[in-house]
Design a protein around this ligand. Structure first.
Ligand code: GCU
Length: 331
């Protein structure tokens, strides 16, 4: 109830802030157009650094005629809230997890299927191939057009009280997951009690024992400071859910062909650096986490994979999803 009230208040605040910003500078013509880009991650995160790279490339390509202004850290709302602001045309661009997007454009649900992507190479072969193109354009129907995917590694469980060596260790644990039905199904099927909530609310929830743990990739575990509260991180790597850069079609449709090309190209080109930032960050952060007493577990993934299979089987009852999953599996 409290969470709900807070989030309603935040929507109101964000909308107000945004309307003010909109009135002051959104689409000035003489000194170029500025598109607002809101996302939920902190500025130390490798995904934010990828976004800054996109900003730089766009500036260079357009000679400053088309620019983006970045609002990090959930300043303008949670991922769901910002996606709604994109749909009504208040904000132009965002970067969200594909799970958040799956609440709007159902095709993205496939990216949340546990153990669907076999490794990094399999993931990127699909994201940068036919399946990826299909997903990115599937959002347009819901006013959310995809520009590119960013690396968000693999998600694993982390807990406060005890290490996780097998799915049995998850039984009954209250674990925060992202707010979409696939993430909830994943945690519940593995035996935990899924507790969906916004990322920004998680630190306090962990501290106050509202949840016993959560799941995420290493950079998000670190930059959100969750490692201060959770000292056990288990590399079960249950999902590889990419991040996605999205532009609202309300803005996209008003851009010239040239502007569209600048944006498309700067998003795609920034991916190369973003992947590099990701790899470098993980190396530094693993060292830091060890120095800070975080204990890592490398469990046998097979029992996790087996126990979570019903999540994929259920989704495949939908013929549209089955076609995409079959394509990914055979690629
Ligand atoms: C990842 C992802 C974010 C998302 C977060 C979450 O960090 O990059 O976009 O908000 O997971 O678990 O909510």
């Amino acid at each position: 109830m409290i969470l709900l009230k807070n989030s309603k208040k935040r929507i109101a605040v964000c909308t107000l802030v945004f309307l003010c910003l909109l009135l002051t500078s959104c689409s000035g013509v003489s000194d170029g157009k500025v598109l607002y880009f809101a996302h939920s991650l902190p500025t130390s995160h490798p995904v934010h650094k990828g976004i800054l790279e996109m900003q730089k490339i766009l500036n260079e390509k357009s000679g400053g005629e088309l620019r983006i202004k970045v609002f990090p850290d959930g300043q303008l709302g949670s991922e769901r809230e910002v996606l709604e602001l994109l749909q009504i045309g208040s904000i132009a661009i965002t970067k969200v997890s594909a799970s958040a997007l799956s609440n709007f454009a159902p095709e993205y649900q496939v990216t949340v299927v546990p153990y669907l992507f076999r490794d990094d190479a399999h993931l990127w072969r699909n994201l940068e191939g036919e399946v990826g193109e299909q997903l990115l354009s599937s959002g347009s129907e819901y006013l959310l057009r995809g520009l590119c995917f960013y690396d968000a590694g693999a998600r694993s469980f982390y807990t406060k009280e005890k290490p996780i060596n097998s799915p049995e260790d998850l039984t009954g644990l209250k674990l925060r997951v992202q707010n979409d039905k696939m993430s909830v199904a994943m945690a519940n099927t593995l035996g935990a009690a899924a507790t969906p909530m916004a990322f920004s609310e998680l630190y306090t929830a962990l501290q106050q024992n509202v949840v016993d743990g959560a799941e995420n990739n290493i950079p998000s575990f670190v930059t959100s400071n969750h490692f201060e509260v959770c000292k056990y991180y288990t590399f079960d790597e249950h999902t590889m859910i990419p991040d996605v850069v999205i532009i609202g079609t309300k803005f996209w449709d008003k851009l010239s062909d040239q502007e569209k090309e600048w944006l498309r190209a700067s998003a795609k080109e920034s991916v190369v650096k973003q992947k590099q930032f990701w790899k470098e960050t993980i190396v530094e952060q693993m060292k830091m986490l060890k120095e800070n007493g975080v204990q890592f577990t490398y469990p046998d993934k097979a029992p996790f994979q087996e126990k979570s299979l019903p999540v994929m089987e259920n989704l495949m009852k939908d013929p549209k999803m089955k076609t995409i999953i079959d394509k990914i599996n055979s690629n």
